[in-house]
Ligand binder design. Structure first.
Ligand SMILES: Cc1cc2nc3c(=O)[nH]c(=O)nc-3n(C[C@H](O)[C@H](O)[C@H](O)COP(=O)(O)O)c2cc1C
Ligand code: SF4
Length: 387
């Protein structure tokens, strides 16, 4: 694990390793050993919600059903996120290795990668890697198999229970919870679902040790994370950074000298304005992110930014529950009316109440998080939204 200084750039996810060496080590470990390593490392899921990986695996391992599944969530639909594509392109052997580690931890013999439809072009390369992986783990003595299933471009199918429905050949709509996936996931069997990066990180924790991983980052946000940097920046791309930096430190490194806002976590994340750069930590103690970091300079209209996100949500809402189906449309139409001067600017207060209601009443994370972007943009850039 090499620390490259400035902003604590880390080389963990893309570090080239000997797969056999790590998997030989895993072969000698018990499921309980692996789970303990994950708990000790403090690893939290890299898909956005940040659930502790060790706990997720512990709960799934505790289920008695002999048929269990490991799912790798490679749907990567959050606007501004493109790091899982790069991970799969460059180190897919570590994604497959992480799935095997999860499988050993929970007692599953089957893994499924749910791959974003637009990443179909990666499949030929992934199949070559997968064949080599299957050959290797058979030689070591594992009984585990991975297959790929394709998504078809719906953002909601990245939500874990909608993803299970999609794999099962049904319309991709979120399920009621509980039961949680650890008890009843894909094909109604106990399932551990993890983001691509989480699985690779688990492999690197086994390689380097939980203690070393936990020495990076902060108490609530251990380790490092891969960020997808885009927008008004001279250096867009993929960067692995130690967790716990402030937005100001991030902007110092990636801004163009005129950054007025950073959208952390994509459409479902939060907009941080310049005046809060210094006090806002990127991580679970501040603004969490699945990796999307979009910078906006003073040439950008924050009304357009907000409109764009609301348009996205109105389009991607699966329509299953009323607060989200109707709420997304009303927020979109509402800000348009405010901008055109058809209603008073105080109408934004009514829309804010609607966003709060959606957080409580919507069935899944999509509808529950629409208010994040809405409230942080309206709250910090009101003068740009009104007529
Ligand atoms: C609308 C919506 C879309 C999501 N899209 C993704 C996604 O593309 N990739 C992902 O890893 N998690 C996504 N998630 C989060 C997953 O439901 C789930 O929490 C995650 O795969 C768990 O993995 P982790 O614990 O490793 O983070 C999404 C959640 C919601 C509500
Ligand atoms: S919150 Fe939105 S996306 Fe989620 S179930 Fe309800 S309508 Fe569908």
């Amino acid at each position: 694990m090499e620390n490259k200084g400035l902003l604590n750039k880390v080389d963990l996810i893309f570090e080239k390793i000997d797969n056999r060496e790590v998997l030989d080590k895993v072969y000698k470990m018990t499921g309980a050993d692996i789970i303990q390593d994950m708990l000790d490392s403090g690893l939290k899921g890299r898909g956005g919600a940040g659930f502790p990986t060790g706990l997720k695996w512990k709960y799934t391992a505790a289920e008695k059903n002999p048929e269990k599944y490991v799912i790798c969530n490679a749907d990567e639909g959050e606007p501004g996120t493109f790091k899982d594509r790069e991970i799969l392109d460059r180190v897919s052997y570590k994604v497959h290795g992480g799935m095997l580690i999860a499988g050993k931890a929970i007692g599953a013999k089957k893994g499924i990668v749910y791959l974003r439809g637009e990443y179909r072009y990666l499949l030929p390369k992934l199949m070559i890697e997968l064949n080599a992986f299957h050959k290797l783990i058979k030689e070591i003595g594992f009984d585990f198999e991975v297959e790929y299933r394709m998504g078809s471009g719906a953002y909601i199918c990245g939500e874990e229970s909608a993803l299970f429905e999609s794999i099962e050949g049904k319309r991709g709509e979120p399920r009621n919870k509980p039961p949680y996936p650890t008890v009843s996931g894909v094909f109604s069997k106990p399932t551990s679902i993890n983001n691509v990066e989480t699985l690779v990180t688990s492999m690197m924790i086994i390689k380097h040790g939980a203690k070393e991983f936990a020495s990076y980052g902060t108490k609530d946000s251990r380790g490092s994370k891969v960020f997808s940097v885009s927008g008004d920046t001279p250096t867009p791309g993929i960067f692995e950074l130690e967790l716990g930096m402030s937005v100001q430190q991030f902007v110092n490194e990636f801004g163009d000298g005129d950054t007025k806002a950073v959208q952390v976590g994509g459409a479902s994340g939060f907009c941080v304005p310049r005046k809060k750069f210094a006090e806002t930590i990127i991580g679970f103690e501040g603004v969490p992110t699945g990796g999307s970091m979009k910078l906006f300079n003073s040439s950008r209209s924050m009304y357009n930014v907000l409109h764009n996100y609301l348009d996205f949500f109105a389009e991607e809402s699966c329509g299953q529950c009323t607060p989200c189906r109707v709420g997304c449309q009303q927020l979109l139409k509402g800000v348009e009316k405010v901008k055109k001067g058809e209603v008073k600017s105080t109408y934004l207060n009514e829309l804010t109440k609607l966003a709060d209601t959606m957080k409580i009443a919507a069935k899944c994370g999509l509808g529950q998080s629409v208010g994040n972007a809405f409230k942080s943009i309206v709250g910090n850039f009101r003068e740009e939204i009104i007529y």
